[in-house]
Design a protein around this ligand. Sequence first.
Ligand SMILES: Nc1nc2c(c(=O)[nH]1)N[C@H]1C(S)=C(S)[C@@H](COP(=O)(O)O)O[C@H]1N2
Ligand SMILES: [Mo]
Length: 306
Amino acid sequence: MLRRHNYDLIPSSEITSESLYHERRAFMKLGASAALLGTSPLMAALGFEKSKSALELTSYDQITTYNNFYEYGTDKESPAKLAKNLKVRPWTLTVGGEVQKSLTLDIDSLIKKIPLEERIYRFRCVEGWAMVVPWVGFSLASLLKQAGLTSKSKYVEFETLFDPLQFPQQSKSFGNIPFPYREGLRIDEAMNPLTILAVGLYGKELLPQNGAPIRLVVPWKYGFKSIKSIVKITLSNHQTRSTWNQIAPNEYGFYANVNPSVDHPRWSQARERVLGKFFKQDTLAFNGYGNQVAHLYKNMDLRKFY
Ligand SMILES: Nc1nc2c(c(=O)[nH]1)N[C@H]1C(S)=C(S)[C@@H](COP(=O)(O)O)O[C@H]1N2
Ligand SMILES: [Mo]
């Protein structure tokens, strides 16, 4: 079962740009991969349903060849080249810590059981580039509810697979990135309906460079919060670790909400370049999702909690 939702707040004027049309046709032809996303005939569900989003999708090619995945290197091209053989099956995801019932989940059983939906989201990297991605996934809240929250479930920590044989940079002892990559959210951020775990994009199973088989997507935060290839989710009663915050706390905050009025110490965050576009555009507060999430921070100084 796949439901289509547009969480795009920009007033929508239906667009059917030529490239959007061709992209939709292109992934319609890839019907075989739908089977990989569980029992639902993904492609049929999406059909030629016109997108009501005012957002123009970034091309599949751009999304899958321009990546940040430091386990493979720091440049944008390495992930697509080196990630091809990442072993994404079998894949086990655990949910534990401060929950009522710990879960050990096989990725395929999970995908079969949980209803998938498409979410078209803006995505903004802290480096100043941006894109629009039609993710396929489910709300993180729906998974956390299965484990059951307690009064001690105050933060959520996510961890990427640690496997130096597969992730070459994890064995570089002189690297300055402490692997495994970890990210965290406050529980209300984690339970917000915008927060999803993605297993696909453009109706196809995620490619390894985009964080297969399962990655977080938090559209109102800088991209580094959206951790890839997750094996472990741990609920905690205290603020959890965040890799970039650990590396450079003065540059990368725990919250990392997209905020055009708080510059990175080394560059402005006021504008962004959308992949495939020539001109820059203004960056929006909370990446344009303020209506859904600004209330989470109403008593916080966002210059201090950046
Ligand atoms: N495990 C892991 N997750 C990660 C990263 C990483 O290096 N390792 N990079 C982050 C950053 S900085 C960004 S911008 C996004 C990029 O996602 P994409 O390559 O799918 O566009 O992934 C995030 N998740
Ligand atoms: Mo990023």
